[in-house]
Design a protein around this ligand. Sequence first.
Ligand code: CP
Ligand code: NVA
Length: 308
Amino acid sequence: MKHVLSIADLTSKEITEILNLAKKLKSELKKKGANSPLFKNKTLVMIFEKPSLRTRLSFEIGMTQLGGHAVYLAPSDIGLGKRESIADASKVISRMGDIIMARVFSHENVREMAAHSSVPVINALSDLEHPCQSLADVMTMWEHKRYLKGLKVAFIGDGENNVTHSLALISGLLGMHFVTASPKGYWMNKGIVAQAKKFAAKSGGSISETTKPEVAAKNADVVYTDTWVSMGDEAGKEQRLKIFRPYRVTKRLMSLAKKDALFMHDLPAYRDNEVEADVIDGPKSVVFQQAENRLHVQKAILVRSLQK
Ligand code: CP
Ligand code: NVA
């Protein structure tokens, strides 16, 4: 079963195939205004325990553009684990739908769903990982830089974060140099770091962590940040805003990176918290291209998952 629960479920070869297919689907859509209806009579079931703009749009529009259909189940619709057990819901959904995507609070929930599903399950964000995002991120880097191996990617802010974790793993797989700058106590999950370092040792990349934003940003090809208050972290909001204050991506910080460095953010963004408005709305920012690439990459992931 071709589940994508973690970016580590894919090999570097499979990631390259997904990127090539996403590029092909993107240019086909731009040139002809449509893609071939590969998913005629196919249905994607989308389960959301949290809000979403990009993820829902990219999966739902992606299915439409490939001639299929997507069903949206809002947090209140099925009451996952409350109205019905994850196991029962998963068995029912996979008898009707052809593929499942789930955005969940606990990563265990998406694992459990996959364990009971007879169709592929895609993690559309959990507390641990956001694999679909990291694929769109590397696609965007690739479009700008023309290569990925050897790029230095600096992540500034919340290290203990789904987006950071998937970026670390994909960097390790693809031979990039990934460095996070986060306050002590907000560094990446140790298991993720160990796994990413193992990949990096094979690919020629590297994974490192520091508390100093300047060290991370120096000579970086990409400076990346994410919200300081992820969905589920709201209870500690006031404290987090104080702790992360020195980790804002400013124009001064960007000036330490390479001249042609990109600024990236998975969005939604909170201007003047994690990033200065001048940076995210400035010439180095590629955040909307990144958001658009969610659509193209999502379609490629769906195609891969439904391939026999
Ligand atoms: N980046 C991202 O996943 O956005 P949404 O939460 O809006 O889906
Ligand atoms: N880390 C953020 C990503 C949002 C797309 C969150 O989990 O809320």
